[in-house]
Design a protein. Structure first.
Length: 151
């Protein structure tokens, strides 16, 4: 009898210690974004027609087969001339993944003017989608396309 009570007690303890909600695995895209060493921010720059990507972000994206395919930013002018080099910041909270076309979009801000930049990473080297705000009417935006960049 004591033997049966012991077995029953072991079964009850086992059932009570089983978690009711098993841990949910993070989607792969969250794992990729979490692997980027964000710190407080990541800094990149635009020099004329070239977008200088943050190395840490680019290395992680490339490791998973994603290429930088294009970016869009609003042109800034001073005294009627276009500003040649601009620094921008990226933060984790403004990064997203679109499962419909397997792309990552990073939205950053130039400082100090706070205008936006959109960076697109895709596995498709011929990716043609324009990244940026829905309505560009009356605004001057520069669209930079870099196809299949590898470092």
């Amino acid at each position: 009898m004591r033997f049966l009570v012991g077995i029953l007690l072991c079964i009850l303890i086992g059932c009570a210690s089983t978690p009711k909600n098993p841990p949910v695995e993070e989607p792969f895209w969250e794992q990729i974004l979490n692997e980027i060493p964000w710190g407080n921010r990541i800094v990149g720059s635009v020099l004329a027609e070239e977008n200088i990507l943050p190395d840490d972000m680019f290395m992680v994206m490339y490791k998973y087969g994603y290429q930088y395919v294009n970016s869009t930013h609003q042109i800034e002018r001073k005294d009627g001339l276009e500003i040649g080099e601009r620094i921008y910041e990226l933060e984790r909270e403004y990064a997203s993944y679109d499962s419909s076309d397997d792309t990552f979009v990073f939205i950053g801000e130039f400082y100090p003017d706070e205008s936006k930049i959109w960076l697109v990473f895709s596995k498709d080297a011929d990716y043609e989608l324009f990244a940026g705000p829905g309505s560009l009417e009356g605004e001057e935006y520069r669209y930079i396309r870099v196809s299949g960049r590898v470092e």
